[in-house]
Design a protein around this ligand. Structure first.
Ligand code: ZN
Length: 80
């Protein structure tokens, strides 16, 4: 199972999803978002961290359009 972190891109209202793995202490995440449009270093804060796929889908649906479409679609096109 993958761990998902949603970050806000600084100075924008865009949110991008980062994939990682669960660890003993929580989770890690890749340096680049799933869509490859956002680097971690430009994060304006985390919306959530260490969510599984289901939790991430629910939360992203609540947030709505500000979440990057490419990042969102990844949650619906993969099966783990
Ligand atoms: Zn994205």
């Amino acid at each position: 199972m993958k761990a998902y972190t949603l970050k806000k891109k600084e100075k924008t209202e865009e949110y991008h999803l980062f994939e990682g793995d669960f660890t003993n202490t929580g989770c890690n995440s890749e340096n680049i978002s799933i869509c490859e449009k956002m680097n971690k270093q430009f994060s304006g804060g985390n919306v959530f961290t260490c969510f599984d796929e289901n939790e991430a889908r629910i939360r992203i649906a609540e947030i709505g359009r500000q979440v990057c479409g490419i990042c969102t679609s990844h949650l619906y096109t993969t099966n783990y």
